[in-house]
Design a protein around this ligand. Structure first.
Ligand code: C2O
Ligand code: CU
Ligand code: CU
Length: 425
């Protein structure tokens, strides 16, 4: 595949044009439909005015294709990047190699440039990458038009329609930048026409900082079939789902439970934000439904016994957001797990920090020493660590040796140094 990062004017707010920085000039970027075992190269060309780094979130990839923050594609003609960080610079374009030796899952890709991830993702540099495999193909889950990847993110707009992002060093965005308009796949409050059948919704929270608690009105539930890193062993029904930045929930909603002609609204019930409608589904017609959610979905990889336990404390210090007291120092790993082993990583925090690990998928073992939440199930790559919580995860370091990272997926926290390297050895 080839994809070009470029600016484009698109219509988001009716009657106004918004300049986005998009993969192929679109927001979200193109959805890549990928298959397990089919190694894929995506050549990213940068025609923006700034350096970029593309990370496949949830991908199990060699370090030089992981989108390390100083592994930059600089626009052709720009000789060098700002000083300070030792950077690897690719002129104009870079090939990212994805072996795709991993289970079917809802992945996404986004910019990961050192210090500037948040404003660059806000401008539009994000999209879906769906990995499929034979295990998933064998299931009768809804597919085709009845499979909807839904990228949820908030944005703020200026009167002329351009994205509003606070100037750097604005002190009142320590909690991250939030907008007052919720977009789904780049559109405010969209309406989807659906038949009265099961649909598979691949929910992604691509917001910089906002969390959502999603419900269906007038009632109904989500049957979760997958988590960040692939299918669950068995489905789990939820009345509501809290989704933090970076997380994905793969759910099935059965629209035959509603009257034809009625509207089903996906709402955000979390206080402190634009509560209310995220998007609407109009149940337009009856239709045949051959889909089903089987009681056994998959055989996920088993947990293996941890060979080490490490603690990582996510906390604000005077000058930065830190991990174990350290603002991010590229090239100084905080851990050196061994390839092929599992470790317990204990994550503690002073605030909401959606903690994300590159490369390694994990299971949530405990929150504050108690059983994890119903929505913590399955193999994940991002976990919402809530204020003053202690979250234990069992992470499996499979894949490749080399330098990877963990960080807070509140993108402003990430840019304000809440990030650390780890080396798989
Ligand atoms: Cu989705 Cu390192 O991030
Ligand atoms: Cu990632
Ligand atoms: Cu954070």
């Amino acid at each position: 595949y080839e994809v070009t990062q470029r600016p484009a004017k698109i219509a988001i707010i009716p009657g106004l044009a918004t300049e986005v920085w998009g993969y192929d000039g679109t927001f979200p970027g193109p959805t890549f439909d990928l298959r397990r075992g089919e190694a894929t190269t995506i050549s990213v060309r940068n025609e923006l005015s700034v350096p970029t780094s593309t990370h496949l979130h949830g991908g199990v990839n060699p370090p030089d294709s992981d989108g390390y923050p100083t592994d930059l594609v600089v626009p052709a003609g720009h000789a060098h990047e700002h000083g300070g960080h030792a950077a690897v610079l690719h002129q104009g374009a870079k090939d990212y190699h994805y072996p795709l030796e991993q289970r079917a899952a809802t992945l996404w890709y986004h910019d990961h440039r050192m210090d500037f991830t948040a404003p660059q993702v806000w401008r539009g540099l994000a999209g879906f990458a769906l990995v499929r495999d034979a295990e998933e193909d064998a299931l009768p889950l809804p597919g085709g038009e009845r499979e909807l990847p839904l990228m949820i993110c908030d944005r703020a707009f200026e009167e002329d329609g351009s994205f509003r992002y606070p100037a750097h060093h604005d002190s009142d965005y320590m909690e991250g930048v939030e907008g007052d308009v919720i977009l789904v796949n780049g559109a405010p409050w969209p309406v989807a026409e659906v038949s009265a059948t099961r649909h598979r919704l691949r929910l992604l929270n691509a917001s910089n900082a906002r969390r959502y608690r999603l419900r269906l009105t007038p009632g109904g539930h989500f049957v979760q079939v997958g988590s960040d890193a692939g299918l669950l062993a068995a489905p789990i029904a939820h009345d509501e789902i809290t989704i933090a930045p970076g997380e994905r929930f793969d759910v099935v909603v059965d629209f035959s439970a509603y009257r034809v002609g009625s509207t089903v609204t996906l709402v955000n019930t979390l206080a402190g934000g634009p509560a209310g409608s995220v998007m609407r589904f109009v149940v337009a017609r009856r239709a045949r439904d051959d889909s089903a959610v089987p009681r056994v979905l998959s055989r996920p990889p088993e947990r293996t016994r941890a060979v080490a336990t490490r603690t990582f404390d996510f906390r604000r210090s005077e000058s930065a957001w830190t991990i174990n007291g350290q603002p991010y120092r590229p090239g100084v790993p905080l851990a050196r797990p061994r390839l092929g082993t599992s470790e317990i990583w204990r994550l503690t925090s002073d605030f909401h920090h959606p903690v994300h690990l590159h490369l390694a998928h994990f299971q949530v073992l405990a929150r504050n020493g108690r059983a994890p939440a119903a929505t913590d199930g399955g193999w994940k790559d991002t976990v919402d660590v809530r204020p003053y919580e202690v979250v234990d995860v069992l992470a499996r370091f499979d894949g490749y040796r080399g330098r990877y990272m963990m960080h807070c997926h509140n993108l402003e926290h990430e840019d304000m140094a809440m990030m650390a390297d780890f080396d798989v050895v």
